[in-house]
Write a protein that binds this ligand. Structure first.
Ligand code: URA
Length: 265
């Protein structure tokens, strides 16, 4: 049987699962499939064959024999074996996208606004954004199907630096920029120290670069708002050692192995 790949935009709504045997949790909802389908998609045989193997007790999920072909599993997380042999691991995909203004980083928008998936229509694998950028923020966004990698990059403990260029709505003083550096009290607690470089002032605005290692919701905007100003423009220019370079707005490229290695160091 041909191993067709999953395209998130063309996928039909999922049937309600009969039984959950594998991973639970919101983050894996998009990936969960029935066990027979997962085995078939791994290229082992048809769905009918997969159903008969499952029925015959030849399939183990996370150490337990599962005999229902309609059991719901997450192929990224659940360990599935057929006759003791693990399913082939799916090839990992790591993309770097230059997100334009106006695009959401969600998969679907009930209001029909454009999402980053509209920029990735050539992409056959199921991938998810590593962290979020607000609709009006532009710049670097990593997309991957590697959950472990994604969790590492977004975890505050990993301290992966993210750098942003900011245009603030007021002329900020040196003391205010120092407040950004030292940490500010936001509704969800103090921010960790940040690196801030003042770039220039125009008549009314301040342009600066800020590097933070947390990834709280709307963090940079909220930090600037805590100073009584607003962010008029926000561009993420760097994630760890990865820079925008020659990437054009709205375009994406694969991360190199070297870049992936540098990110998880
Ligand atoms: N901080 C923000 O406020 N918004 C983003 O999109 C990213 C970081």
């Amino acid at each position: 049987m041909r191993d067709t790949k999953y395209n998130p935009k063309s996928a039909s709504p999922k049937k309600a699962p009969q039984k959950q045997v594998g991973a639970r949790g919101h983050s894996s909802d998009n990936r969960r499939r029935t066990l027979d389908r997962v085995i078939s998609k791994a290229g082992l045989g048809s769905r009918t064959e997969a159903r008969s193997w499952i029925g015959a007790g030849r399939v183990i999920v996370n150490g337990h024999k599962v005999q229902s072909p309609d059991a719901w599993v997450d192929p990224e997380i659940d360990r599935i074996t057929v006759d003791g042999r693990p399913l082939r691991a799916k090839e990992k995909v790591y993309l770097l996208l230059y997100k334009p203004k106006g695009y959401l980083t969600t998969y679907k928008d009930p209001e029909g606004r454009p999402t980053v998936y509209d920029l990735l229509e050539d992409q056959q694998d199921w991938i998810f954004p590593v962290g979020r950028l607000d609709q009006d923020t532009t710049g670097l966004l990593i997309m991957t199907n590697d959950t472990e990698f994604g969790n590492f990059i977004t975890s505050p403990e990993s301290k992966v630096a993210k750098t942003y260029l900011v245009k603030a709505s007021l002329l900020l003083t040196a003391e205010q920029l120092d407040q950004l550096r030292q940490g500010l009290m936001l509704s969800d607690g103090m921010t960790s120290p940040a690196i801030v470089h003042h770039i220039r002032n125009s008549e009314r605005y301040t342009f600066f670069e800020i590097t933070i290692t947390e990834g709280r919701n709307r963090q940079v905007r909220r930090m600037v708002e805590a100073l009584g100003a607003k962010v008029l423009k926000l561009v993420r220019t760097r994630i760890g050692p990865i820079e925008i370079g020659k990437l054009e707005i709205g375009k994406h490229r694969a991360l190199t192995n070297r870049e992936i290695g540098m990110l998880v160091k």
